[in-house]
Design a protein. Structure first.
Length: 318
């Protein structure tokens, strides 16, 4: 069972919903207008059984007759597909009620491609409409291996919409609700999307999916701790690498001095430090300081002095 499906089940059970507005959002996003010889109808399509069942319940509440058919997976389709069909006068009533079509003298004049804002006078109605759109054409994923077995990487929530007008109007509604979604076009589909955990949490909280929000927050905490640990590990590796490179350069300088003029060329303190470095190539400055009985800065100063002598000898003995 995917995280995306869990979110939709939670939205279905969420309270304080305007059912007509939700049904409008669901029908607009997942509905297909069907033209037939004796009129027209509407098919609402979903691959989640609970969404299909919920749609039928909402239709029954407003006395709209519907039929449900199921198609089993085939080809690239991996899930059952459920189609809720409404026909005849019931389709006309539904389309009119949900603000999806304009009629003149009882005849279909045009289909509304954008959002009928007259249906959404307040925040509750807007949130209910958003719930319906998400149930119809929404999808949400979290980083692979955390809450979902999906192969998508990173946080991602999207609404795949049928027209630019629909996407434009819905984007404005969502922004009015305090969430800044982004938009793009994928093939012929308009997409509204979020790619950050906080934004997705805000969107799910708006739609009443609080348990899902808590799950995402848990994932974000775990990933934050893991990322901090990885950064610390990378930092330690970088420091070790830096120390190894520095030690190698210091030993190279010491060996050059020894080969060209002998270590007696150095003062007693520098010679002791050179012998200590050569004898302990992997030691840190702190460890060398403890062996020599001086401060870390003292060791660093002596090694820099040895490097200066090495460079001076290189210039002189060219």
């Amino acid at each position: 069972m995917s995280f995306n499906s869990d979110v939709k089940r939670e939205i279905i059970l969420s309270p304080n919903t305007d059912n007509i507005c939700l049904l409008s959002g669901l029908a607009h996003s997942a509905g297909n207008l069907v033209l037939e010889r004796d009129g027209h109808g509407l098919d609402i399509v979903t691959d989640i059984y609970e969404v299909a069942q919920y749609a039928v319940e909402l239709l029954n509440e407003i006395k709209i007759d519907s039929q449900v058919t199921m198609e089993e997976p085939y080809g690239i389709v991996k899930k059952n597909t459920y189609t809720i069909s409404v026909r005849g006068n019931h389709a006309r009533i539904l389309l009119d009620l949900c603000g999806l079509a304009i009629y003149h003298s009882g005849n279909l004049e045009s289909v509304v491609r954008g959002v009928d804002r007259d249906l959404l006078p307040d925040e509750r109605s807007k949130i209910s409409y958003l719930k319906g759109v998400f149930l119809g054409k929404g999808a949400v994923y979290v980083p692979s291996g955390e809450l979902d077995d999906d192969k998508k990487m990173g946080y991602h929530l999207e609404l795949a919409l049928s027209s630019e007008e629909f996407a434009h109007d819905l984007m404005q509604i969502i922004q009015e609700l305090g969430v800044n979604v982004k938009s793009s076009v994928r093939r012929d589909t308009s997409i509204l999307y979020l790619k950050d955990g906080d934004g997705i949490s805000d969107m799910l909280a708006l739609m009443g999916a609080m348990q899902s929000v808590l799950k995402i927050q848990d994932v974000m905490v775990v990933r934050s701790v893991r990322n901090n640990a990885n950064r610390q590990t990378n930092c330690n590796i970088a420091n070790i690498t830096k120390s190894v490179v520095a030690s190698s350069d210091q030993i190279e300088a010491i060996e050059y001095i020894k080969d060209k003029v002998g270590l007696d060329y150095l003062t007693d303190d520098l010679r002791k430090t050179a012998d200590c470095r050569v004898s302990n190539p992997d030691a840190t400055l702190d460890e060398l300081a403890e062996i020599l009985g001086i401060s870390k800065s003292g060791v660093n100063h002596r090694l820099r002095k040895i490097k200066d002598i090495y460079r001076q000898l290189q210039k002189r003995l060219k």
